[in-house]
Design a protein around this ligand. Structure first.
Ligand code: NZQ
Ligand code: ZN
Length: 388
């Protein structure tokens, strides 16, 4: 295992009724609370009413910051930062999925950094040695794990870059996770979120070291849990146990735990983010389109691990198969599962209309130093074309 420092400062309150039980005490020390949310789901499913009711009862001054879009833009971050500063906000409370939670962390950073936020904290990794406005989140969607990490993935529309670093000091101070809040997530988004979690695990699992290590074993258990529970939640979206598992799987997949001791790949994420920067596509769906194609390119450089993935995650027997045959069978099982849960398999299905954009997007992708092997823009373009 490689050396590491593990840190995760988010305090998680998990379970049915956790908002009602804990929110009032968690906001006790703050008078002015920014309430940040997305494009209306929290109003439709009643979460907004429940949360505002509790804040009003506690006598808080609420500054509303609505309309955070999926794939939040830098413009929206600057709008929020201005609002936070001009209203003297003391706590940013986000309720929503990864987009809302990321935007809240970004607003806090942009409001407090006092210099060009994009250049200093997104374009490159900066040092945060100043006090941030604390962020608390009420997660309503399982997938990104944003509730338990310090990343704020933001799209700079002008520069056509989607990026974000995981800054431990940007971790939410608290995360409220009530699985019943995810009952209203539509099936397609539920699948996209679950696949995003699956993708986070694979991006870590398929990287060195491959000596026996606890991270890989936890990863295999998490992947099996995701497969099992997405199938159950698909059958019965109101299954509390399945929704609970999906929710906690997603947090465990992106809270740094399984990254410890591993190099981590994230090449597929770098590609998906740039596809997002150009097309505003759904993040989890982009991961579903890219992973099988990317793995068909690189499996030869991590053959034993891909064979192990087939055996341990998909239950495929070795019998008289070579490792290469087993590895291909594992990637085939991954691809079949993507179809089974109704996720797109092509960039066209993802809403991409113009193949000619692909070269520009491939050229804008950075390479990942933790990959089994380096994938450069000409090969990324091949992968995109195979996915088109
Ligand atoms: O905007 P509203 O109306 O709230 O609707 C959202 C949105 O349309 C809806 N939704 C959320 N909770 C719901 C619900 N609908 C019904 N019932 C609920 N309970 O779902 C739609 C998608 O929401 P969004 O937050 O965009 O999805 P997700 O959680 O997948 O977040 C995607 C963003 O997170 C970034 C992605 O790049 C993307 O920008 N990521 C953040 C990461 C992190 N911080 O660690 C890691 C990821 O790899 C990813 O990059
Ligand atoms: Zn992701």
């Amino acid at each position: 295992m490689n050396n590491f420092i593990y840190e995760n400062s988010t305090k998680v309150y998990f379970g049915a009724g956790c908002v009602k039980e804990f929110l009032t005490s968690l906001v006790k020390e703050f008078d002015i609370v920014m309430l940040a949310y997305g494009q209306g789901s929290v109003k439709r499913n009643g979460i907004y009413d429940e949360v505002t009711g509790l804040l009003m009862k506690a006598g808080k001054t609420v500054v509303e910051f609505p309309g955070i879009m999926p794939n939040p833009t830098y413009g929206k971050v600057l709008e929020g930062a201005w609002l936070a500063r001009s209203s003297g906000v003391q706590l940013i409370l986000g309720m929503g999925g990864g987009s809302v939670m990321d935007c809240c962390k970004a607003v806090s950073l942009a409001a407090c950094c006092g210099e060009d936020p994009w250049m200093n904290y997104w374009e490159k990794k900066g040092i945060i040695d100043f006090t941030l406005i604390p962020v608390g989140v009420i997660a309503t969607l399982a997938g990104t794990g944003s509730e338990c990490n310090g990343a704020a993935v933001i799209t700079n529309e002008e520069k056509k870059i989607k990026t974000g670093y995981d800054y431990p000091v940007c971790n939410p101070r608290f995360a409220l996770m009530d699985p019943s809040y995810t009952f209203s997530v539509p099936k397609r988004q539920m699948a996209a979120g679950a696949f995003d979690s699956f993708s986070h695990i694979m991006e870590i699992y398929f990287s060195e070291p491959d000596e026996q290590n606890v991270s890989d074993e936890i990863s295999e258990a998490l992947m099996r849990s995701l497969i099992r529970n997405i199938r159950i939640a698909f059958e019965n979206p109101m299954d509390y146990t399945a929704r609970s598992n999906l929710f906690w799987d997603s947090a465990l997949s992106e809270n740094r735990l399984i990254k410890m001791g591993k190099r981590c790949d994230f090449a597929c994420h770098l590609m998906a983010h740039q596809l997002g920067a150009y097309t505003d596509c759904n993040h989890g769906e982009a991961m579903a389109v890219l992973h099988p194609a990317y793995y068909r390119h690189i499996y030869g450089s991590g053959l034993k691990k891909f064979a192990r993935f087939a055996r341990k995650v998909w239950g495929i027997r070795q019998e008289d198969k070579t490792d290469a045959e087993l590895a291909k069978a594992g990637i085939g099982a991954l691809s079949a599962f993507i179809g089974e849960i109704g996720l797109p398999k092509t960039l066209r299905e993802l809403g991409m209309e113009e193949e000619k954009e692909l070269k520009k997007i491939a050229d804008s992708c950075h390479y990942s130093p933790g990959s089994y092997r380096r994938t450069l823009p000409p090969e990324i373009l091949e992968i995109f074309r195979e996915c088109y």
